[in-house]
Design a protein around this ligand. Structure first.
Ligand code: SF4
Length: 369
């Protein structure tokens, strides 16, 4: 195994992959050169000077060598997005060169979709996974929504189909169905209302029913069930990132760092949340760190979030258990540049499905919390 840079992060690749990665990078640079020769992807002294203030902000995260790879892409993307009248919306799990380098707005999935609707830009580049781009399209059907890699999926969103929801309706007649926003547009179109990890308890209780189905995240459903008198019926979906955390793992970190605070995402198993000092959505976790300024903290969630939050909280030491989301990591600076240059890959949602899905999302937004 060798350690190489793939334009976004340091990764382990088998040696046979090294030349493939290098070849792909060279081919992409040649493509850019042919199509837009004015774009400079070499780390020239002029680019180094212009990008120095941003590097000073991020230098705890990147070596000079890593920055030399990222900086030309960041500059090119920021210039091109203005020409395209585009905004870049980045999920909290994006790598820091995307999160801090090129995004116009960063947040959790619902915050991104709301921002897409608020923005005057004609083009939305969604730096996140596919269901997030779909949600932005549902809320902004008149805008062009691009995702830099349409194969960026999500193990939760892929755990349930529209047919599964129709089958659940037959199996549980009269029981309201709430879906987490981590679902396809087709699933959102079939359910009664959506929820996020920030508002799931309130949304379940707003149904005014003794039993509610909460799909597809089994752990979120179990965690909501522990906080309400409503019987919450789970489905069998799981986030493949958060399900890797266990109580013994958290305890071993705590034994090594007894003073640290543990902040967990509700997609983790209940035994993990029992070990935590605070549980919240990605937005809630960020606010908690900002407001409480603990000496040491461990964010029990996707790995990049600690990097992104650390930049804004220099007095807090972050203990990093590193579980990467392979889908989020499919979004890279070269792919964002490719997306903006060639206006791809555009996200479409069938208008009939979009109208029904919008109703489920809008009902959630309308619940007074
Ligand atoms: S972290 Fe989990 S829920 Fe989020 S996109 Fe990745 S697989 Fe899906």
């Amino acid at each position: 195994m060798v350690l190489v840079m793939d334009n976004t992060a340091t990764v382990d690749l088998p040696s046979c992959e090294l030349s493939r990665a290098e070849r792909a990078s060279a081919a992409f640079r040649q493509k850019v050169k042919n199509y837009a020769p004015e774009i400079e992807l070499d780390y020239t002294p002029a680019i180094a000077r212009e990008m120095r203030p941003l590097y000073n902000k991020l230098k705890s995260l990147f070596s000079e060598q890593e920055w030399a790879v990222h900086a030309p892409y960041i500059k090119a993307i920021n210039e091109l997005k203005k020409q395209r009248n585009a905004v870049i919306l980045a999920h909290n799990y994006m790598t820091p060169e995307i999160f801090h380098g090129v995004s116009d707005f960063a947040g959790d999935s619902l915050a991104l979709a709301k921002e897409a609707a608020r923005s005057d830009a004609k083009v939305i580049v969604q730096c996140g996974v596919h269901f997030m781009a779909e949600t932005s399209k549902i809320l902004s059907p008149e805008k062009t929504v691009l995702i830099p890699d349409s194969k960026a999926g999500c193990s939760l969103a892929e755990a349930i189909t529209a047919q599964d929801v129709r089958d659940l309706r037959k199996q549980y007649p009269g029981v309201p169905i709430v879906s987490y926003v981590n679902t396809s547009a087709a699933v959102k179109a079939e359910v009664d209302i959506c929820c996020t990890s920030a508002n799931a308890v309130q949304i379940v209780e707003s149904m005014n029913a003794p039993r509610v189905l909460l799909v597809p995240d089994k752990y979120l459903a179990e965690n909501v069930n522990n906080q309400t008198d409503v019987e919450v019926i789970p489905f069998e979906g799981r986030c493949e990132v958060h399900e890797q955390f266990t109580a013994p793992i958290i305890r071993s970190f705590r034994n090594a760092e007894p003073d640290m605070k543990v902040i967990a995402h509700p997609e983790c198993p209940a035994e993990v949340l029992e070990e935590a000092d605070f549980t919240g959505s990605t937005g809630g976790m960020i606010d908690w760190v900002k407001d409480n300024q603990p000496e040491k903290v461990m964010l029990v969630t996707e790995c990049s979030m600690s990097d992104n939050v650390a930049v804004e909280n220099p007095n807090v030491e972050f203990i990093r258990p590193c579980n990467l989301c392979p889908y989020m990591k499919m979004i890279t600076l070269p792919k964002i540049l490719d997306s903006l240059l060639f206006m791809k890959e555009e996200v479409f949602v069938d208008p009939a499905i979009s109208a029904k899905a919008l109703r489920s999302v809008q009902r959630m937004i309308d619940v007074k919390i």
